[in-house]
Write a protein that binds this ligand. Structure first.
Ligand SMILES: O=C(O)CCC(=O)C(=O)O
Length: 265
């Protein structure tokens, strides 16, 4: 399938899967970058986050290697076709679902609250699996076509549920209006994934990214990643400006200041 097939698939069915995008070495590099944060201390605080699931937020403040999936051309080429120019990174977290974790409730990402129109793409979410997603270890579950539902809600035992079974290094890309949930992990090993989620430029981001990744950290990233974080201005107009100037000026001055003080970014 080429990009237009994936775009058609997401518009039509709400999702697509691209298998084995990342090499073995890339998957390993991402796991190593995450490992200091996955020491069993960041378990979820409620049923949604999962009491047997580690969640690590603000990933781009933790290790620059983790930007690989945020700006992966394979995903962005598809999302560019589905969201408006200047779209943003809404959330970017790692989810390590441990054995014994139960399934989440079905939900949509970035719907924008009650009264939002679920038939519009408010965002596109991605799930990059760093372990194989199998029938038993908690692969993301979803209901095909549910991105276009206006009034219908899925029952938790809905028979139409499909699991995103895929070999590690793959990406599941879906409309944020698609009903989905993390599955239950009945296996004996944790299941790790990174989920960068993107939203329209007129929506509030789930994570306040310019605080999560302040200018001195954002300086090390590409222009594209900086723009996705929110160091950008929505054209036409100047939504997002700061103190009368483009927010990237803050990065540039922070970068210059750090360089002058001999600090590596
Ligand atoms: O862990 C997963 O597979 C999906 C998690 C999810 O949908 C969420 O936390 O919003």
């Amino acid at each position: 399938m080429d990009i237009s097939d994936h775009v058609r698939q997401i518009r039509g069915n709400g999702y697509t899967i691209i298998e084995s995008v990342l090499s073995e070495a890339e998957v390993e590099g991402l796991k190593i970058a995450l490992s200091p944060w996955l020491q069993g201390k960041r378990k979820g605080r409620n049923n949604f986050e999962g009491y047997d699931t580690e969640r690590v937020y603000a990933l781009l403040a933790k290790d620059p290697v983790l930007a690989k999936v945020v700006e992966h051309p394979c995903a962005l080429a598809i999302i560019d076709e589905l969201l408006e120019a200047d779209y943003l990174l809404s959330a970017n977290l790692a989810i390590n679902t441990h054995p014994g974790e139960t399934r989440q409730n079905f939900h949509r990402d970035n719907v924008g609250g009650d009264g939002a129109d679920p038939t519009r793409h408010h965002g596109i979410s991605t799930v990059w699996n760093l372990d194989d997603f199998t029938d038993t270890n908690g692969a993301t579950e979803f209901i095909p076509n549910s991105h276009s539902w206006t009034d219908e809600r899925p029952a938790e035992d809905d028979a139409r549920v499909v699991k995103a079974v895929m070999p590690k290094g793959s990406v599941f890309i879906f409309s944020s209006s698609l009903y989905h949930r993390g599955g239950a992990n009945h296996s004996d090993k944790p299941r790790l994934a990174i989920t960068p989620q993107y939203c329209q430029p007129w929506l509030r981001q789930l994570e306040t990214m310019v605080l999560a990744v302040p200018p001195n950290k954002a300086a090390q990233y590409s222009d594209r990643v900086q723009a996705l974080l929110g160091y950008s201005v929505r054209a036409p107009g100047f939504m997002g400006f700061v103190d009368g100037v483009h927010p990237k000026r803050l990065i540039d001055s922070s970068y210059r200041g750090r360089k002058a003080r001999g600090i590596r970014s």
